[in-house]
Design a protein around this ligand. Structure first.
Ligand code: IVH
Length: 745
C-alpha cells in the first residue's frame, strides 16, 4: 500500500467509526483502538503533508485564533418558532392548520424534542463542510466554521453518496449534561468561572475566537431541518428527508416520530416530558412540524415563524419575583435555614411562595436582600430555590439579611461555628421546633412508618404540650386524640392502630428514626449490620468505629523512605538523643516534631528497625461503611446524652421491638445488585433510590450487561429497549414492591 492509499484507508476507517460512535451510538471498536488509528494518520500526514485533505479527521483542531467572526448572510432565513404552553394551544394550532389547508383529515406531524442549545447552519458543497454559521438575527449570523469543525458529531465530509451538490442542514449545537458537569467541575477546581447551565456553556464554547478552546469543550450536534438544498427537497416529507441524513453521517434525534393530529401531539409531549431527566441533554419542550412539504408550502410563514410548526414548551423552571421577607426555620437537628417569602409566582408547573436560601453563606454569596427582585427556580421535585438577584432592580430601601442572635422558636442562642456554613439553635430538645421536627422524622414512612401521623397533627400535639418526645406517642389515648382539630373518633382509632403496628420494626429503621445527626438510612443500615444489637452500639466508643494506626504526620512516602534507609545502613548507631538523631537523618517529611513522636513510640533504634512501613504510616480507617470520625462522634455523643437513653428505654418499654437475630444477614439483602430507572415513576426517583441503596443496591444511570434490574415506569424509552435487548430483568413499580416485600423491606 502506498502512503496515499494508507492515508485514504485510515480516513475512511476513522470516519466510519466516528459515524458508528456519534451518529449511531454503536461503537464497533474500543476507544484505544480508535486513538491508534487517529495517531497513525497524524504521523503519516506529518511525514507527507501533501496528503492532508480538508476533510481529514486530523483537521478538526488546531486552527489559529481569529480577531473577530466574519459575517454570514443566510440565503434562506433561519426562522424561529411560535410557542405553545398547553395542550389547548396545540389544539388551536392544529385547528388553524386544518382550516388553512381546507381539510378535515388528520394532519401528520413530525415530532421531536426541542433541544436547549443554539441554532447553527452547516453548509456542505460537493460533500465537504465549507461553512458553519450561527443564527444571529435570522438573516445574518456569525461565521463559526473553524469552531464547528471541532465538534465530533459534525462530519467534515459527507459519507456515502447521492447527496446534493449544495446541502445546508440546520440544527442545534448543545453540550451534553455529563460533559457540562465535568467541565464545571474542572473549572471549579482550577478556580475559574463556572457556567450557569449547559446552554450557556454551549454558546460560550462555540463563540470562541480561539477554536482550540472550542475543541476542548464537549459539544454535540443534532440536525432538525434544512436551508439551501440544490435540486429541492430530499423527499416529500420532512421526516423522510431527515431519514436520509443519517446515511451521510449527519445526526438526527433518535426521538423523531410521526404523530397524528392534536391527540398524537399531546401523547408525544407527555411521553417526552416523562423521560426528560433520562436524556443526556437539556430540552425545553417538543417541536411539531407539518410533515408533508406540499402542505408546508401552502401554509407559508408569518413574520419570522412558519405557520406549519409550533414548539410546545415545558413550563418555565425559572421565574422572576420579589422577596417580601426572609424568615428562619429550625430543623430537627437545630439547623437554621433561611427561607425567602416570595410574591407568589407560577414556576415549574406550580405556584411558589417560599424558596430556600440554604444558609447564611449562600445569602452572602448571592447578596439577597429583602425587597430584591430575584430569579426562583423550581425543577421537578426539587425544593424551590432563589437562584440570583437582579441587582439592577434593587430598591433603595432593600434590607440586608442578618442571622438572628436567638432562635425564633425557643429563644436559645444561635451558634454558627467558625468555618461552618450551618448555624444552629442551641436549645436542643427544649426547642419546640426541634422536638416537633424530630417527632415528624420519627413517624415518617422510611423511619417508624406511623400511618396517619401527618405534619399538621404533630404540630398540634407538640403545641398543646401533649407530646414532648417520640416515646410520648405510644402513650396517646383515644380521648386525647379525639379532642384535636380535624380528628374524629374513627381517625383517632386508626392512628392508635397504626402506632401499635409501627412498634414492630427493624434495628436499622429504629436507628434511622432516632434522628442522630448525619445518620441517614444507609448509615443506619450499616450500623445495624455491623453492631447487630442496640446494646453493642450504645456501648461503642470512638475506636469501635474508626481504627487509627501508625504515627501521626507520617505518610506512606516518609514511612517507606525511613524503613529502606535504616535497612540499607545496618551499621548506624544512635548518637545523643534518639529524636534529635532521627531528625538529623534529613529524610523527607521527618521533621523534629514527627521524629519526636516516632522516638517516643518506639523508644529505641532496634525497635524502630523491626517495624514495617505499615506500622509507621498513619492511617484512619472506618470500620462501618460511611461512618467517618465526625459521624462517629455524633453517634457516641448521642448515646451519651441521658435524655436520649431515657427516650430509647421508654420506647422499648412501650413495646417497640425488632428481631435482632433475623436482622443480621438480611440488612443489605440487595448488596451486589444494580438497578436502573426509566420512565416516569409515581414517586420521586431519589426516594426509591435511597431506599434501594439502604438495602445495599447500586443505582446506575444507564443499562449495561451488568444491570440486574430495570425499573420501568410509564413512557419508558430507550433504556427499556436496551434492557430487553440485553435480556435484563424488567420490573414495573408493583414488581419492585413485590421484590422488596419478599425481603421483608
Ligand atoms: S425547528 C422553521 N426543531 O428552537 C423551524 N428548532 O424557538 C426552525 N430548536 O431557533 C426550527 N430544537 O434553535 C426546530 N427540534 C427542533 C429544535 C429547534 C431546538 C431551536 C432552534 C430554533 C428555536 C426556535
Amino acid at each position: 500500500m502506498t502512503p496515499e492509499e494508507r492515508a485514504q484507508w485510515l480516513r475512511a476507517e476513522i470516519n466510519r467509526h466516528n459515524y458508528q460512535y456519534y451518529v449511531l451510538d454503536e461503537p464497533l471498536i474500543p476507544d484505544a483502538e480508535y486513538d491508534r488509528l487517529l495517531r497513525e494518520l497524524q504521523q503519516l500526514e506529518a511525514r507527507h503533508p501533501e496528503l492532508i485533505t480538508p476533510d481529514s479527521p486530523t483537521q478538526r483542531v488546531g486552527a489559529e485564533p481569529l480577531d473577530a467572526f466574519g459575517e454570514v448572510r443566510h440565503r434562506i432565513p433561519m426562522l424561529s418558532l411560535e410557542n405553545a404552553f398547553s395542550e389547548e394551544e396545540v389544539r388551536d394550532f392544529d385547528r388553524r392548520v386544518r382550516e388553512r389547508l381546507g381539510t378535515k383529515e388528520e394532519i401528520v406531524y413530525a415530532a421531536e424534542p426541542k433541544l436547549d442549545g443554539l441554532a447553527v447552519s452547516l453548509r456542505y458543497e460537493d460533500g465537504l463542510l465549507v461553512q458553519g454559521a450561527t443564527r444571529g438575527d435570522g438573516a445574518r449570523g456569525e461565521d463559526v466554521t473553524q469552531n464547528v469543525r471541532t465538534i465530533p458529531s459534525i462530519p467534515l465530509g459527507l459519507l456515502g453518496d447521492g447527496w446534493p451538490r449544495i446541502l445546508e442542514v440546520r440544527g442545534e449545537v448543545y453540550m451534553p449534561k455529563s460533559g457540562f458537569l465535568a467541565l464545571n467541575e474542572r473549572a471549579r477546581r482550577a478556580g475559574e468561572k463556572t457556567f450557569a447551565n449547559p446552554r450557556n456553556a454551549a454558546a460560550g464554547s462555540l463563540r470562541q475566537l480561539d477554536p482550540r478552546i472550542t475543541a476542548g469543550r464537549p459539544l454535540a450536534f443534532f440536525c432538525y431541518g434544512f436551508g439551501e438544498v440544490e435540486g429541492g427537497p430530499l423527499a416529500d416529507t420532512h421526516s423522510d428527508s431527515m431519514g436520509r441524513l443519517t446515511a451521510w453521517g449527519l445526526r438526527i434525534s433518535p426521538e423523531l416520530r410521526r404523530v397524528k393530529g392534536a391527540a398524537g401531539c399531546a401523547d408525544y409531549y407527555r411521553r417526552i416530558a416523562g423521560r426528560r431527566d433520562d436524556f443526556d441533554y437539556d430540552i425545553d419542550g417538543v417541536v411539531f412540524k407539518v410533515d408533508r412539504y406540499d402542505q408546508q408550502e401552502r401554509l407559508g410563514f408569518v413574520a419570522r415563524a412558519p405557520r406549519w410548526a409550533i414548539a410546545r414548551k415545558f413550563p418555565a423552571e425559572e421565574e422572576i419575583t420579589r422577596v417580601k421577607a426572609v424568615e428562619f426555620q429550625v430543623g430537627r437537628t437545630g439547623a437554621i435555614t433561611p427561607v425567602a417569602r416570595l410574591e407568589p409566582v407560577f414556576v415549574g408547573g406550580a405556584t411558589v411562595s417560599n424558596a430556600t436560601l440554604h444558609n447564611m453563606d449562600e445569602i452572602e454569596r448571592k447578596d439577597v436582600r429583602v425587597g430584591d427582585t430575584v430569579y426562583v427556580r423550581r425543577a421537578g421535585d426539587v425544593i424551590p430555590e432563589v437562584v440570583r438577584v437582579i441587582t439592577g432592580r434593587r430598591p433603595p430601601d432593600a434590607k440586608k439579611v442578618r442571622l438572628p442572635a436567638r432562635c425564633p422558636v425557643c429563644g436559645a442562642e444561635i451558634i454558627k461555628p467558625e468555618g461552618e456554613a450551618v448555624a444552629r439553635c442551641s436549645g436542643g430538645l427544649y426547642c419546640a421546633a426541634q422536638r416537633r421536627e424530630s417527632i415528624k422524622h420519627f413517624a415518617s414512612r422510611r423511619a417508624m412508618d406511623i400511618e396517619g401521623l401527618g405534619d399538621k397533627l404533630v404540630d398540634q400535639l407538640v403545641e398543646r404540650g401533649i407530646v414532648h418526645d417520640p416515646a410520648d406517642l405510644y402513650s396517646l389515648t383515644q380521648e386525647q386524640l379525639a379532642g384535636l382539630e380535624r380528628m374524629g373518633d374513627k381517625s383517632a382509632k386508626n392512628l392508635l392502630e397504626a402506632l401499635e403496628r409501627s412498634k414492630k420494626t427493624t434495628l436499622a429503621r429504629f436507628l434511622y428514626a432516632l434522628g442522630i445527626r448525619e445518620v441517614g438510612e444507609a448509615t443506619a443500615a450499616a450500623l445495624a449490620a455491623h453492631f447487630k444489637t442496640l446494646d453493642a452500639l450504645k456501648a461503642a466508643r470512638l475506636d469501635d468505629f474508626i481504627v487509627t494506626g501508625g504515627i501521626k504526620g507520617v505518610g506512606e512516602v516518609t514511612a517507606n523512605a525511613l524503613c529502606s534507609f535504616l535497612a540499607s545502613r545496618p551499621e548506624l548507631e544512635v548518637e545523643g538523643d534518639f529524636a534529635t538523631w532521627l531528625a538529623g537523618l534529613k529524610i523527607r517529611g521527618l521533621n523534629p516534631e514527627v521524629a519526636g513522636r516516632i522516638a517516643r513510640a518506639f523508644g529505641s533504634l532496634e525497635a524502630l528497625r523491626a517495624a514495617s512501613p505499615r506500622e509507621l504510616c498513619h492511617e484512619r480507617r472506618s470500620l462501618v461503611e460511611g461512618v467517618g470520625p465526625v459521624i462517629a462522634e455524633h453517634i457516641v455523643a448521642f448515646f451519651h446524652q441521658r435524655h436520649n437513653i431515657e427516650v430509647i428505654d421508654r420506647l422499648i418499654e412501650a413495646g417497640v421491638t425488632w428481631d435482632e437475630e433475623e436482622a443480621q444477614p438480611g440488612q443489605r439483602p440487595l448488596a451486589g445488585l444494580t438497578f436502573v430507572f426509566t420512565g416516569s415513576l409515581s414517586r420521586p426517583r431519589q426516594e426509591i433510590k435511597d431506599r434501594l441503596q439502604a438495602l445495599g443496591a447500586r443505582v446506575a444511570g444507564s443499562v449495561s450487561k451488568k444491570t440486574d434490574y430495570v425499573v420501568a415506569g410509564e413512557a419508558a424509552g430507550s433504556k427499556l429497549d436496551k434492557a430487553r435487548q440485553l435480556g435484563v430483568k424488567v420490573l414495573d413499580e408493583a414488581g419492585l414492591e413485590q421484590l422488596l416485600s419478599g425481603l421483608g423491606a
